[in-house]
Design a protein around this ligand. Structure first.
Ligand SMILES: [Zn+2]
Length: 123
């Protein structure tokens, strides 16, 4: 279950970010995750609670925003949704396309009491 290791990494990164707000209590952390990461949002949310429960983040909630995957054809420049055969452009059949979205794993925002921290990338 790779959700647990991701949850532990998120807890580590968030605690680092919250060092500048020593008295802050985290309410919600919003992460944006591309569907190509094959992460089950409900599982990750559950793992986050488990990973946070022995830390100052205990009680905080993880909110997962999923991002659909899409690519752009390098030949005809059209954008299309990424599916099983995504490397092949559905418009012209060209096989070299560039992935635009769908592989992200990003900490977007931290909602702490009365204060909103900025966005940080996890990797
Ligand atoms: Zn094309």
């Amino acid at each position: 279950m790779h959700e647990l290791s991701i949850a532990e990494e998120l807890v580590r990164v968030i605690r680092e970010e919250l060092r500048i707000h020593p008295n802050a209590k985290l309410k919600t952390a919003l992460v944006r995750i591309g569907v190509l990461r094959l992460i089950e949002p409900a599982t990750l949310e559950f793992c986050f609670e488990a990973a946070a429960c022995d830390s100052p983040l205990a009680g905080a909630r993880l909110q997962v925003e999923q991002v659909e995957a899409s690519a752009r054809c390098c030949k005809c420049d059209r954008e299309f949704p990424v599916e099983h055969n995504w490397f092949e452009c559905p418009w012209c059949g060209e096989t070299g396309s560039e992935l635009l979205r769908g592989n992200e794993l990003q900490l977007v925002s931290l909602e702490i009491e009365k204060e909103m921290a900025n966005a940080y990338a996890v990797e």
